[in-house]
Write a protein that binds this ligand. Sequence first.
Ligand code: ZN
Length: 494
Amino acid sequence: MLLMLLPWLVGGVAACAFLPQLPWQDVPSHPLADQHPALRRAFWSELDTPVLQSAPRYTLRFTVDVSRRLITGTASITVTNRTESPWSDVALRLYPNLAHYGGGNSLELLSVTSQGEPLPFASIESGTAALINLPTLLLPQETTSMDIRYRVRYPRHIRDGYWLFGEYKGIVALPLAYPILALPKSDGSWVLSDGIPLGDALSAEAAFYHVWATVPATMTLVSSAVVRATTPHTPTQQITYELVSGPAREFTLLLGNYQYVEQVVNDLRVRVFYLPGDERAAQTALHYALAALGVYQRYFGPYPFVKLDVVEASLLNRGMEYPTLNLLGTYLFREERDKLEFLTAHEIGHQWWYNLVGNDQVGEPWLDEGLTEYSTYFYYEYIYGRDVAERLRKTRWEIPLNYVRSRDLDAPLGLPATAYSLDNYETIVYGKGALFFHTLRLRLGDEMFLKALRQYRERFAYRVATAHDLQQMFESVSNTSLQDVFSEWVYGGY
Ligand SMILES: [Zn+2]
């Protein structure tokens, strides 16, 4: 019960108190007004920042046919070249074609046009990406749009597993089931690395989504966006959801036989979607989610979105983060309830470190995983006291790292996901990552550490940060060179 009370009352929420909106205060002419329902009123002004005004925009219209496990749809993508190099092509990632998603040709591009004219495109990177040739060079600051017809086939899994993509026991999980822009590099090329099954595959800029999803009316839809309108189609027993997102790294959709519990705190709605029979665990997860939101807002800065969902999914005893949406494996709601709190606190930390502050999750996986992992230290310290947080630090991070070191498997933090193995990926990227942030905190003191972290969140919200950006931020806030600690932990002595 302790968990329900404290952080909200003393946390950062009061500063963003919701004021009811009067009709004449609406700004229908704002170019991003469609996205307003996804953001808390106090954060609408963030839509006026240049980074969001020039952010990519997606309009997706698709139908999910669950009997054929088939999605057919269109994607209209508007993108501005925000690099300093002209683009002769635009790269799209086709994540369902990754071996650990659907594999093969799960996501097929049927046509690509721009203003009605066909654009040639080629499959690259073993089908996990496509290169769209632009008719003319897209110069820096110029914008282009393309319309894509696509089709996605998703798998049905037959045994228990960590299933990010596809159907298992009536839950349909459809992350990244559309073509998404690759992350542009400053030299005009694109981030195209696939990563590893253990790590997150996505690297993306913050973008806006406006989605019309037609799905079976008998299933509950949960998504990374908010519902703006619904249109039932009685003869076909389908329903079309109109969904809008705030700035988001991706769009994700789940369908299932879900029920939910919720709590509304001012203008923020927190829900836990669960399968029949798991209501008690869902209530517990709701308490943890509320507590984590309160603690993280207090320490790291505000959460600008109107909703946060936690959803039971086919992920064993693990979790996965999406924008305003956190998946937790069914085991955590049932036989492994003792891990529910930690996983809830971890995944919700990603709303700050992955969705708000983005990074290349394949190239620098430790940046979001290490910081998210360390965020849980603040959660346990605030809720239960420092002794409990210290126990977490020792048992979850320090002992495993010492073990990995004893086997000569230590490695620097700053490597791409592909440089680690099954034997050391999690211990280094998560555990050593968390210990690195703890070391920084001890070096700078609590006040300076948190000031730098809040400024990192503020400066890089809706952007893509690098280890170098992190170092510069901590050095400038503390007015201290941290080259030695970054060299030792991140760059491996360089
Ligand atoms: Zn994580």
